[in-house]
Design a protein around this ligand. Sequence first.
Ligand SMILES: NC(=O)c1ccc[n+]([C@@H]2O[C@H](COP(=O)([O-])OP(=O)(O)OC[C@H]3O[C@@H](n4cnc5c(N)ncnc54)[C@H](OP(=O)(O)O)[C@@H]3O)[C@@H](O)[C@H]2O)c1
Length: 328
Amino acid sequence: MKSITAIHRQYGIPSEVLNAEEVEVGKPKEGQVMIKLLRACVNPSDMGMIGGSYGRLRELPAIAGREGIGEIVEIGLGVENVKLGDVVRIPEEPGVWAQYTVCDAENLMVLPKGLDLDMLSMSFINPPTALLILEEFYALNEGDWVIQNGAGSALGYFLIQICRSRGIRTINVLRSAAKKEAALKEIGADIVIDEESFDAQALNDLTGGALPKLGLNQIGGNSVANMIKAMGQGGTIATVGAMSSEPVRFPTRFLIFNDLRLRGFWWDKWQRTHSKEQKDKIFTKIFKMIEEGVLRAPVDKVYPLSQIKEAMKRAAQGGRSGKVLLSF
Ligand SMILES: NC(=O)c1ccc[n+]([C@@H]2O[C@H](COP(=O)([O-])OP(=O)(O)OC[C@H]3O[C@@H](n4cnc5c(N)ncnc54)[C@H](OP(=O)(O)O)[C@@H]3O)[C@@H](O)[C@H]2O)c1
């Protein structure tokens, strides 16, 4: 059977090196299944993996994509853990952006029924990252403050939404606050400010003197220097991304006199170094939050796999209204 698949034979600019190719896919063998793509999500890490700058690269030629869901459409002999029609997470390796994937059935994650497919397709990278940052980097209590830059990203949305559901308050910094302030306030952001006009003292007045205990850095550069000035004693800043491609800058005195901690987090590694039970525990919480309407992020546009170049161009643009998704 032919399967439209997004493949790159060299590392480079995704819209240039990635092509939708027709690939022959065989029938599932014993213990295997065939999954038909329903939805996949385009993330900054995909751009890094295709571009050759990510912390882990695939051998070339490579199928692109890390996050998506599909329906079981064929089952090989001896498969008992999934059935026809089940919706599952498409295994991250060898790559998700394919119309059909034939893979081992063992360890497939069957997804709860009745949940929004767009949301499910973006639930395997950003939601667990937001959850683990909030639960493992600082023991936060109701009423505590968290600060993040890049707050208009999907990760930013999920962080705000989880905080709101737990009574934790958020300061949200972004480069285009005017455009996104209303949307972020609508999902529960307490304070939304523009990076350009960042003023730690003015922020302190807005929070009534409460200082953030946890910071999430998605951007790098001077944005982190700003964030550091607003943090409370002994607070932690977790860096997960570098959207500005600028090195993290920090004023040394805050590290010394305020005992600030700068740490990094990589979900990709967390997934590979934790047990199935630990991962299941995280995803049980995430699916519950999706079901309860806590987690939801906007979609900019859904592209068919055949328009992979247009999808990559759009994903690389600033000012999107949400995630770029792929479908068939
Ligand atoms: N380490 C990990 O395990 C991990 C896990 C998940 C995510 N992440 C990282 O978290 C970040 C967000 O991911 P996502 O999937 O949520 O992103 P996304 O939804 O695709 O959104 C990207 C955001 O970055 C903003 N942005 C882009 N370039 C910028 C710049 N130069 N200065 C300021 N803002 C900029 C965009 O703002 P505009 O709206 O203004 O264009 C947009 O809001 C990425 O860096 C990603 O790699 C890391």
